[in-house]
Design a protein around this ligand. Sequence first.
Ligand SMILES: *Cc1c(COP(=O)(O)O)cnc(C)c1O
Length: 459
Amino acid sequence: MTWDVKEFAEAAEVTVDELAAYVDQSQRGMAPVLRRRPPRELADKLELARWIREGGMTPEDYRRFLGDYLREGTRLHHPAYLGHQSAVPDFPAALADFVHGATNNPMAIYEMGASAATVEFEVLRWMLAKVGFRDGGGVLTHGGSLANLTGMLAARAAVAPDAWADGVPADLVLLAPPSAHYSITRAAAILGLGERAVVPLEVDGLGRIDVTRLPAVLEQVRRSGRRPMALVAGACATGTGLYDDLRAIGEFCAENGIWYHVDGAHGASALLSDGHRHLLDGIELADSVIWDAHKMLRTSSLAAAVLVRREPDLDAAFQQQASYLFYGDQGFDLVGRAVECTKAELGLKIFLNLAWRGERGMGEYVARQYETAHRFWELARNRPGFVFPYEPESNIVCFRYGTADQAAIRERLMADGTFHLTSAEIGGVRHLRVTVMAPATDDQTLESLLDHITPLFSA
Ligand SMILES: *Cc1c(COP(=O)(O)O)cnc(C)c1O
């Protein structure tokens, strides 16, 4: 059935009205940051079964439904949203999602969306330049986990080119710190290396790779007749938000001929901030890098980039005969570079944010979030009972309050929707974890968080 474009325009207007009110309320902290009504109750409230059975929603019904739907969700724009590392989307990226929803140009093959494909290509060129890969190549994927898998595939193709056709040699191992994101271990399992092929690198008390111990680990791997497929470093680590020493690790990998993969899912965006770029010093030594836009580049989930230093390495990831991508008369097909076949217009989300805010504006956002997290550390350190295992480097901070069960503190704050925060283990000890994602979060929010925690349990 064709669209009734008048009805569409009316419903779209409802959407814009409701979303504008929702974001406005959220940003001003005028509603609980989250609600967790039991699913059965929620299904009834939203009349899900009836709508599925009967259909017939009109723009007016839709307005009521959308209002309830938004009220019962989690408000990432809320100043008290300090939870997971999901982006607080900026509106140009939201517009891109809307455009994609209507046009659906799955652009992994050029003929299915020339403008979408070209936008992705240019966004990738911009990202490659930021990382410092002059002859690099890339592709956008539906998320960092797929991006890590793709990076590992490229590493495997470089180290064991026959693996694509013949299967994986039994002597390959993956070197990664225990603090690496779980998608790395999963990639090892999916690729057929097996989870046990992940050799844990030695780390300091905060989970950062101990560079001085790298030669000993490598020596041990080689003596046991195994070969490193890749070494993974974090920029930054999901749990702590701390960066590994990318330059020292990169130099070690270069000297020893090891594929160097930098997981910059969260922290590569600091490349855009003059004051924080130094955290990524040495990233240009990597063979592959991943960078999520749906964390610190403020797009909705998902849009991630896999970037490689030598372009043919990415094409080799999925076939033995690597073809080379270029702007020909017929365009180019990115389908040979990705796990996905059908792919969304991911580049448009990143592009519109850039087009609206500029690279500088996006860098200022990253800087502001990192600085706000640092101020939280400054504020809380002076209060009795708060213990911080490290000075934050990014917008992720871990801490403990008193001797109480830290998970219980988190539950209490979440239960009434006052704050949304997470927790993480450092050296086997449970910590509270704050991620400053929302532009609305300020010093006052953070003081208020401390005020809320203090009376919950005596230090
Ligand atoms: C979030 C994250 C990932 C996984 O990315 P998804 O987009 O959630 O799949 C991988 N590595 C690091 C360091 C991350 O922070």
